[in-house]
Design a protein around this ligand. Sequence first.
Ligand SMILES: NC(=O)c1ccc[n+]([C@@H]2O[C@H](COP(=O)([O-])OP(=O)(O)OC[C@H]3O[C@@H](n4cnc5c(N)ncnc54)[C@H](OP(=O)(O)O)[C@@H]3O)[C@@H](O)[C@H]2O)c1
Length: 390
Amino acid sequence: MNIASRFVCGTRRMFSNNQLRNISTINYGDMKEEIVTQLEYPINRCRSSISNKTIAVLGYGPQGRSQALNIKDNNLKVIIGVRKHGTSWENAKRDGWIPGMDLFDIEEATSRGKIIKYLLSDSGQIEQWKTVKDNLDSNDTLYFSHGFGIHYYDYTKINPPEDVNVVMVSPKCSGNTVRRNFNNQNGFSSSYAIYKDYDGTAEETCLSLAFLIGNNYVFKTTFENEVVSDLTGERCVLMGLIQGAFLAQYKVLRNKGHSPCEAYHETIEEALQSLYPLINEKGMDWLYKNCSTTAQRGALDWAPKFEEKLTPLIEECYENVKNNTEVKRVIECNSNENYREELNKELDLIKNQEMWDVGNQIRKIKKEINTHNCTNNYRTYRYNGVYYDN
Ligand SMILES: NC(=O)c1ccc[n+]([C@@H]2O[C@H](COP(=O)([O-])OP(=O)(O)OC[C@H]3O[C@@H](n4cnc5c(N)ncnc54)[C@H](OP(=O)(O)O)[C@@H]3O)[C@@H](O)[C@H]2O)c1
């Protein structure tokens, strides 16, 4: 059955906390998913829910930096907690956070905050947990952007005290996108979850924080479902599978005698520049409808073959996430003394693959063209500051 024809999106209205609330729903068969949007959580509502609480953002990596700056730009009191004189400490100072005023070590920031955003790396969270736990006060809200620490308690030992709220907002984009899309007002989306509602304010606080960091809309999950789907996604279609698929096709084309430029364009350039943004904007059915009949026939015939081959592999990956094989591997690798060194070697292997080397060269050529401000749209173009007639 055509998925699009069974999918209905609608809104209804209800009262919550004495405020009119639009509930958008995604209906699919018997399943209804509520989507909370920024229409129900305008910035004033979010600000008054948080009131005068100090928000301590622990960690200044991609998520910590972006979420802290976005909330600060929304005029709330934010402080940063990172280890002293590390990369994050220096990065935070460069962004204008001042030691002793709104930049502290992890212990001090935790004890000053009423809302603690725990945005260290997942392994950093394990290492710093005792410090953080010892400095939490009753009624604090402990916030995560990943279900990892809590769901994998057996391995992380992250066990929040009884008298705090525990919530999660997990952006479905990279930390850099959280900042970029806040600045350009495009927004983004996240899942959210309440693990513990100690004082009855957890959901309101969680949703307010979600919209203060710049979400357009959020959908509800649990810590477990977030971490299992997230780990599967990044191992498969989001990163692992895509690198594997790109490389497989690139290698086949190269082995059959196609040039690096041709193999790169037919594998990556056209995908990222043209087709994927169109799928995002208009959907896959639109793309199938609006390509050549040759492309259409081929893609229609081959898609089910890939689905058949890939389903068992994705199922295997999901099972490995579910039965904790993946988390054990992550924690084991991260606790290895030489981890950074070994990781850099692995990343260099990707960087030095011919496919990505060609990509870098293409990017340089495109940058060069852009700096010369050439355009095909006008009859005149500029080269080295001189205007020529086409
Ligand atoms: N990145 C994403 O796209 C993304 C998306 C959604 C959710 N998340 C989640 O958001 C959270 C933060 O992720 P991230 O990618 O922003 O962070 P990250 O790059 O993994 O971590 C960076 C921060 O952790 C600190 N850190 C690492 N090890 C530490 C240790 N042993 N002691 C003290 N500090 C330590 C670093 O400080 P130093 O500079 O001092 O080393 C830095 O401030 C994670 O739970 C992640 O799963 C991330």
